[in-house]
Design a protein around this ligand. Sequence first.
Ligand SMILES: C[S@@+](CC[C@H](N)C(=O)[O-])C[C@H]1O[C@@H](n2cnc3c(N)ncnc32)[C@H](O)[C@@H]1O
Length: 214
Amino acid sequence: MSDKHIPADYIEMDIVKAERFDKKVKDNFTSVIISTVKQITEDYGVLEGVCLDIGCVTAVFAIELCRHSKLKIYALEKEKVIYEVAHMNIEKEGLTDKIIPILGDAHELPFDNDFADFIIGRGSYHCWEDKIQVFKEIHKVLKKGGVGLVGGGFGRYVTEEELNKMKSLRDRSLKENAKAYNSHDILKENIKKANITNFRIIYDKAGLWAEIRK
Ligand SMILES: C[S@@+](CC[C@H](N)C(=O)[O-])C[C@H]1O[C@@H](n2cnc3c(N)ncnc32)[C@H](O)[C@@H]1O
């Protein structure tokens, strides 16, 4: 088994480390990102309107989602140095009119109520210090008729081999925090405590997800 892991300690990074981290994310997670975006497009159709990507890291997911939708994506990241690399990636891809990087914290979303048609939070749920507060924010910012998708997973199009490799890489990188993506009861409780009633939990090969509707 490889001892490779992806650092999850974003706060410590300077720009050089953040660019190296971005390369690791691209090298290791591109297939997962493609698989998850394919799944989203299959489940929700070609999405349109305003999207919020919570914990966008270096915008790799937002860039792939942008290519397969008609969304205008606000990509939110709380670590300044990671946000700067996201900005660079968006510029490199020529997508500055479609993806807007935002430096901010999910605990206090810097958007109006009823702002987003689609909210995605892939792989950032384990980082949120007050998960109930973030769910309240998501619900507030979601438009009526919109969908929020929060959780972690690798998409249903990864092979069995990739799935096992990714799970093991995630467990080594996130350590104790990786449990967040196996604890469907806790996810459900957190959403209920945020006074959200219209939701369902999806827990299958594609990972653990909460689909929130308003
Ligand atoms: C594992 S990465 C997310 C991966 C990315 N969404 C993807 O699907 O490839 C988690 C990211 O969430 C960010 N993050 C954690 N807590 C956050 C918060 N409260 N507000 C905004 N971003 C946050 C971290 O800084 C990190 O860049």
